[in-house]
Write a protein that binds this ligand. Structure first.
Ligand SMILES: Nc1ncnc2c1ncn2[C@@H]1O[C@H](COP(=O)(O)OP(=O)(O)OP(=O)(O)O)[C@@H](O)[C@H]1O
Length: 384
């Protein structure tokens, strides 16, 4: 198994990064030893100021970081995921959280200062480090960088790409028309990323001076040979999706309630995030049907299938969900969530994010069918 994890623990992992703040909320408590976020529930009178604390709810996650240190974050939840990708697993890392909570800081960081580089640059470094350490692996890498802005898709690496379209063929999802740039060195890969970053849509509002106005998916595709002989080998293909979602905006808080482009952007961001939430919730509600039980390394694994038809329309409506479909159903290695536990006004949104994180953790078994299918296609030996 990847990273030596027991099979039972495979699924979506939730990591919380809390942006350091000068005004931490007295209602949020972190238990480091048990990776638990405890939140005091409020009793409110007519939506006014909180009157008294009535109860506490606990959210247990895979890890909690409260640090500005980018390498600490990467080591705690990025390195193992990238290792899995290099072994041939589809992997996805999603930065998800309220506006201004540090999603872009986590994913992109500051490219000019080594210590401040974010997840993407660190993943690229690890990939090329491991590739160079094993020159016989024959690893070939390609990069794509997609932006989803106001429900349209844009190629950040080739502005001339037009009419991008999501194509799904035999369980594989790709975007027709999206540039797939071959990269041979770390420098080339970083250059691709920096060029794409320059094309992204940002805006300045009350909460964040450089606020993302779009969702972005930075994808590394890997092909590598597996086999003992030069002429007889299988090719393993895997995708690493690094996703920076735009944050949910409250129009009043960001002061974009009076109209114009930023308001349209905010409404579009909120709509797509709501759809994402609805789809995930509806998937969770669907009954899983056990098709077959596999035995892998002496452990029994139920292989489940989802009734996708019921929600086909909703899925068709949400570009990023579909664009990530094969990765999410292949092996969603990790989900990453940022929270700002800053003050009372952000309380309800932080609580909502935590509620979501909790049921995301329940999506575990849904992913097996595609994973097994993928590995059959890739001729990996451990599937019977
Ligand atoms: N862990 C952190 N340590 C230090 N600074 C941080 C941290 N997280 C975020 N910041 C700073 O907070 C500000 C907002 O962060 P960022 O732009 O990453 O938020 P975001 O979640 O991507 O917001 P949006 O949804 O508006 O795009 C930036 O100036 C960033 O440098």
């Amino acid at each position: 198994m990847p990273s030596g994890e027991p099979l039972s623990s495979i699924g979506i992992k939730v990591h919380v990064r809390i942006r350091p703040t000068a005004k931490p909320s007295p209602m949020f408590h972190i238990e480091d030893q048990t990776n638990t976020v405890l939140i005091d529930l409020l009793k409110q009178n007519g939506g006014g100021a909180p009157e008294s604390f009535v109860d506490q709810i606990a959210f247990s996650v895979n890890s909690i970081t409260q640090s500005t240190d980018q390498s600490e974050v990467y080591e705690s939840c990025g390195r193992a995921l990238v290792k899995d990708f290099l072994e041939g697993y589809n992997a996805t890392f999603i930065a998800y959280g309220q506006v201004g909570s540090g999603k872009t800081y986590t994913m992109a960081g500051d490219m000019k200062v080594n210590a401040h580089r974010g997840f993407i640059a660190r993943a690229i470094h690890q990939i090329f480090e491991e590739k160079e350490a094993d020159p016989g692996s024959g690893i070939v890498l390609y990069i794509s960088y997609l932006e989803i802005y106001q429900e349209g898709m844009y190629d950040l690496l080739n502005q001339r790409s037009k009419d991008l379209m999501i194509i799904e063929e035999s369980g594989y999802v790709y975007i027709r028309g999206l540039a797939k740039i071959p990269v041979e060195t770390e420098a080339q890969a970083l250059m691709c990323f920096s060029e794409g970053e320059k094309q992204r849509s940002y805006a300045c509002h009350q909460i964040n001076q450089v606020s993302s106005r779009s969702h972005t998916i930075f994808t590394l595709c890997m092909e590598k040979r597996v086999g003992r002989f030069k002429t007889e080998y299988d090719t393993v293909v895997a995708k690493l999706n690094l996703v920076d979602l735009a944050g949910f905006e409250r129009l009043k808080k960001t002061n974009t309630s009076t109209g114009g482009r930023m308001r349209v952007e905010a409404c579009s961001i909120n709509k797509s995030l709501c759809l994402l939430e609805q789809i995930k919730a509806s998937r969770f509600a669907q009954r899983l049907k056990v098709l077959r039980t596999f035995s892998i390394h002496n452990k029994k694994i139920d292989c489940c299938v989802l009734n996708e038809r019921r929600h086909a329309q909703e899925i068709a409506n949400l570009q990023q969900e579909l664009a990530l479909k094969d990765a999410l159903q292949g092996r969603p290695g990790l989900s990453f969530d940022d929270l700002t536990l800053e003050n009372y006004s952000l309380y309800s949104r932080s609580l909502k994010y935590l509620c979501e994180l909790n049921w995301k953790k329940c999506l575990v078994n849904m992913d097996w069918l595609n994973q097994l299918k993928n590995h059959k296609k890739q001729n990996l030996v451990w599937v019977n």
